[in-house]
Design a protein around this ligand. Structure first.
Ligand code: NAP
Length: 309
């Protein structure tokens, strides 16, 4: 299997490392911006696009790879359920993929696993589902500066408030996508999704890989999303991200509660490592994407990701 990696950042580097250990896989790249044609017109069995979070920015790259006959996996969070962002664009690329006989998947750890695929799997052990709650505490210190600044690290409280209001600071992206994937699979229609994000301001200095955060600036944030059904929260998503969660007396952890007549409570302790988990999910999705029916699919349409080549 030939796999081309577009985007010369952390995800591609980690995926290249995982795939480099697997016989039978030829890795092309990682390719940077200036090598776009090489990556997207390679005709590889799978093109992995790990560049940005936004559907509008990855759409031309997905189109180019699909036109060259490749299946596509992108880590762009908005691509986990692209209809939540731009349904006509999602439909157009879905049609193109069907015409060309290839599959597109948006996925990684979050979205792609922690708030959706794993939730759907956990719900399989319940007799019924009245509501869902997922809480994730993440150590953000392993992320690069571009991602950290975009999600909201290293700002004064005023800058954070203005940035989230105006859209330059996004927090972690992908909760509406995960909620829609789960709701779709369980046959539930969400009325609306409500969102709240609050800054966590550092009392002392914190350092990540390449972004020092002085006291008085944001070293983390809390996000709370609610998917509403019949006027009540049906899916609650809580995300706490911090450069050092122990400063909040918390440890990285993932928890899923499925409420109903037979409740299910799933705990991952310690929580899934974002860098390891994301690269694993991408590498472990190659086979299921190559074998999937053509079109734009979500993780709920596919069997679980597995480390087989
Ligand atoms: N779904 C998930 O679970 C999941 C997991 C991990 C990451 N992600 C997302 O995947 C993306 C990549 O993550 P990362 O950690 O690898 O980021 P990263 O370390 O910042 O690397 C991104 C790479 O893509 C390039 N790039 C950025 N925008 C581009 C564009 N419009 N066209 C072409 N190349 C572009 C960057 O080049 P320059 O340096 O020249 O800008 C850089 O080489 C991020 O948006 C991240 O939020 C999602």
């Amino acid at each position: 299997m030939r796999v081309a990696l577009y985007g010369a950042g952390q995800v591609s580097g980690n995926v290249a490392e995982v795939l480099g250990r697997r016989p039978g896989i030829e890795v092309l790249g990682p390719f940077s911006r200036s090598q776009r044609e090489e990556a997207l017109r390679s005709g590889a069995d799978v093109v992995v696009i790990a560049t940005t979070s936004f559907l509008a920015q990855v759409a031309p790259d997905i189109r180019a790879a699909v036109e060259a006959g490749s299946n596509v996996i992108t880590t762009a969070e908005e691509a986990a359920y692209p209809w939540a962002v731009d349904a006509p664009l999602a439909d157009e690329l879905d049609r193109l993929a069907r015409e060309r006989g290839v599959t597109i998947l948006g996925g990684g750890l979050n979205p792609g696993f922690a708030f959706d695929a794993l939730v759907v799997t956990a719900a399989g052990a319940a007799w019924d589902v009245e509501s869902i709650r997922v809480a994730r505490v993440v150590d953000l210190s392993g992320f690069g500066e571009t991602v950290l600044r975009r999600i909201g690290i290293g700002y004064t409280e005023e800058e954070f408030e203005a940035g989230t209001r105006e859209g330059q600071i996004t927090g972690h992206i992908g909760f509406p996508q995960s909620m829609r994937v789960v709701a779709g699979r369980l046959g539930v229609e969400l009325e609306r999704i409500e969102r709240r994000i609050s800054p966590l301001v550092a009392a002392r200095e914190f350092t990540s890989r390449d972004l020092p955060v002085p006291p008085g600036h944001t070293a983390g944030f809390e996000q709370h999303y609610q998917g509403i059904v019949a006027g009540r929260p049906w899916f609650e998503a809580l995300f706490t991200g911090h450069l050092d969660p122990t400063a909040l007396a918390k440890e990285p952890r993932d928890e899923i509660w499925i409420e109903g007549s037979t409740p299910v409570h799933l705990v991952a302790d310690p929580g899934f490592n974002p860098q390891i988990g994301s690269s694993a999910l991408v590498a472990n999705s190659l086979r299921r994407v190559v074998e999937a029916a053509p079109g734009w699919v979500t993780v709920a349409d596919l069997p679980p990701a597995t480390p087989s080549a």
